[in-house]
Design a protein around this ligand. Structure first.
Ligand SMILES: [Cu+2]
Length: 150
């Protein structure tokens, strides 16, 4: 019993280690093995450049869970924040007040130059969402992806 418990703990630590190393090339090959969810997760790779996303629009199914992998090919940090247009506008105001400093961002990630960050999101309801970058001035410059959930 004790042995089984420690094996279980070891497995948990291994999974945490893989998660902490997200973005490395080695982690990518293990991603499917570390996914416990029964629902298949679609992986969408998105590049970021100064100042735009490599993808302008995306269609997903209502209820679909997507693992985004944002790779920043630019020379400045970029964000990816998922929400409807009203949430984007609100978030842009909040970020402007923080001078672009990193902060906890539910539904979003900040990606440093040269880095890759994963963001897993379940699109519950049909509608129009956006993925916006809220580094100062980026969203208003059009750094966003239109997401159609249907
Ligand atoms: Cu940006």
């Amino acid at each position: 019993m004790t042995t089984r418990q420690s094996l279980h703990s070891l497995a948990a630590v291994t999974l945490l280690t893989i998660a902490a190393c997200g973005g490395g090339n080695d982690a990518a090959s293990d991603a499917s093995a570390s996914t416990d969810s029964s629902a298949p997760v679609r992986v969408v790779e998105v590049t970021m450049a100064d100042i735009r996303f490599g993808t302008e629009s995306l269609a997903v199914a209502a209820g679909e869970t997507v693992e985004f992998r944002f790779t920043n090919d630019g020379e400045i940090p970029h964000d990816a924040f998922i929400g409807d247009a009203a949430a984007q506008a609100q978030h842009d105001i909040e970020m402007a007040g923080m001078d672009g400093h990193d902060h906890a961002m539910p539904g979003g990630v900040t990606v440093q130059p040269g880095a890759t960050e994963s963001l897993t999101y379940t699109f519950e309801d049909a509608g129009e969402l956006e993925i916006g970058c809220h580094q100062p001035g980026h969203y208003s410059a059009g750094m966003k992806i239109d997401v159609t959930v249907g």
